[in-house]
Write a protein that binds this ligand. Sequence first.
Ligand code: SAM
Length: 209
Amino acid sequence: MKRQRYYDLFSKYYDQFIRLHSKDRTNSTRRRLARKTGAGSGDRVLDLCTGTGAVAIALSDRVGPDGMVVGIDFSAGMLNKAKEKAIGQGIKNIEWIQADVTNMPFKDNSFSAVTSSYAFYELKGTSRNRVLQEVTRTTRPEGRFCMMEHDIPENPLIRILFYIRMYVTGLKGVRQFLEEELSLFQQFFKNVEKESIHGGRSKIICGRV
Ligand SMILES: C[S@@+](CC[C@H](N)C(=O)[O-])C[C@H]1O[C@@H](n2cnc3c(N)ncnc32)[C@H](O)[C@@H]1O
């Protein structure tokens, strides 16, 4: 698949790119996302499209040695980077799984919470609904799903540039998704809430199964 190959190649530079782009040297936004799930000691949690594992690593700290984090991604390159980082930090409570998030190899009610960070735009058309269905199937009743994503810039010029960037990266359906995301989330989750972060440049949306 084109996108999978793109991430296999990009994996070599992904973390450097994120450091330059976000200036977040301490992984604080991903730790914030992990905190919003409410996951704690002993929980089993899932990070969708885990990439190089930044959120999974933040979650591993929260669930501790009695808990377990599963990071799922379809790019072997991104997962290899994630594994290297976890081994380097002596982390033993993360399992890395190479699979497509539209068809997850997990039993019903397997997780206390699920996260997704800067990945939902990657999913095309009906696959977003398919993933949300999979999240509700694999998360225990009352468990939380928390998603972090870029938000629509308020400045009109920057907004146009944002949409152009989305278009050229092949993410055509993103505009419609952005306009409908809260109502879409409300179809799948209760108590849906949105928090703006980075001065409105990004957001975290959480809901309860
Ligand atoms: C922009 S990166 C985000 C990585 C990470 N969550 C973070 O916060 O840095 C998007 C990730 O989504 C993964 N991805 C995209 N579509 C996927 C799919 N259908 N199934 C599994 N992984 C997918 C890509 O391989 C890539 O690692």
